[in-house]
Design a protein. Structure first.
Length: 368
């Protein structure tokens, strides 16, 4: 799928809202996420069979030009093949929104494109392997790009195709105000289950002010930021920002929850070394572990957002140290503390707040 390019003066950002879905709505969301996984796995098996056939033919000395041709993995091609085969492989397809199947096909198209680009040297970073099948109880997600996608005027409900009105745990006024003012346009909505809770992410095109707003006067102040471990950050002014160390604080509770989960019947049988269906008690125990980990991540993210927001409001220029965190984490004595502090978040958040969310295009965070 071609990436959306916003017009000049506009940018794309996400709005996240926790959902308070009814049991029936949760069941439908899980059904849609399962349909996305089914379409992904079905088409991946077809392409894997072609890949295996080509490898077998090549082992017998068949020329490259005579090998079984690849099936195109562009989204339109995958969608055409799926539509031709779904009456036989998924006779229940009418029970789900077409967006559910499109989600799985789009994910597969992106995964195969990344694999091909990585193999041909067009993609930076580590080499990517062939995509793997998605498991039944893996992360559930479905994306809606067409149909009725909106925020209700009461600012406590969202509307999604075939799902109808879903109540939110929080007010949607931040997005609703922009939509009412005509400075935002919803592009898509992605519903994801995280730690037992469902969240709706709206991808929105937002119009940004190009000038300096009245509430952000020029200060002429400059500050340097040294992200660390013992302290979350040390500023050139001498201020030391304390590190909340949320993982360290939750380590005892997390260890207790993980030990409880290990006593349940999990998906791996140590006696036979085979996979098995885990018990419902094991799944509930894993949900407890996931909730603790989600709280740790939320506290860590909030601490960085508070710091970078304060820097954006007080300074015109912020110089942030650019650390090679991936290399530093190879030191086993620092790995846990580095992951707990997450200093890699500093440069990106500073740039976002300075150049975007504060509306000041000339206040740019620099790296050294």
């Amino acid at each position: 799928m071609r990436r959306y390019e916003p017009p000049p003066g506009w940018t794309v950002q996400a709005y996240k809202f926790a959902l308070d879905a009814t049991p029936a709505q949760v069941q439908n969301l899980r059904r849609y996420a399962g349909a996305a996984r089914f379409a992904y796995n079905h088409m991946l098996r077809r392409l894997s069979a072609v890949k295996a056939q080509r490898a077998s033919e090549a082992s017998y000395g068949v020329a490259e030009t005579d090998l079984t041709p690849w099936q195109s993995w562009s989204l339109p091609s995958l969608r055409r093949t799926w539509n031709d085969t779904k009456p036989w492989v998924a006779p229940w397809w009418q029970e789900c929104s077409k967006e559910a199947f499109n989600t799985g096909l789009d994910n597969l198209s992106r995964a195969l494109t990344n694999w091909s680009d990585s193999r041909n040297g067009k993609r930076k970073g580590r080499k990517m392997g062939w995509p793997k099948l998605k498991r039944k109880h893996a992360a559930r997600s479905v994306r809606f790009t067409t149909g009725a996608i909106r925020v209700e005027p009461d600012r406590r409900h969202v509307v999604l195709p075939r799902l109808g009105r879903i109540r939110t745990d929080e007010s949607t006024r931040k997005l609703a105000r922009r939509l009412e003012a005509g400075t935002a346009k919803i592009l898509s909505a992605t519903v994801t289950e995280t730690s037992g809770r469902w969240f709706c992410f709206f991808q929105v095109a937002v119009r940004r002010a190009t000038g300096r707003p009245a509430h952000a006067p020029r200060t002429g102040r400059v500050v340097g930021v040294d992200a660390g471990v013992k302290h979350l950050a040390v500023l050139s002014t001498g201020e030391m920002v304390e590190n909340p160390a949320p993982f360290k604080a939750a380590l005892k509770r997390l260890g207790k929850a993980q030990r409880r989960a290990n006593r349940r019947v999990g998906p791996f049988d140590p006696a036979t070394r085979n996979r098995r269906d885990p018990s419902n008690r094991w799944r509930r125990a894993q949900d407890r572990v996931a909730r603790i980990q989600a709280t740790v991540a939320a506290v860590r993210e909030d601490s960085w957002h508070q710091l970078t927001t304060r820097l954006a409001q007080r300074y015109d220029l912020v110089v942030v140290e650019d650390l090679h965190v991936a290399g530093m984490k190879r030191n086993r004595r620092l790995a846990r503390a580095l992951s707990d502090a997450a200093p890699c978040q500093a440069p990106g958040l500073v740039e976002s707040w300075l150049a975007g969310f504060q509306g000041c295009a000339d206040r740019v965070g620099h790296r050294v």
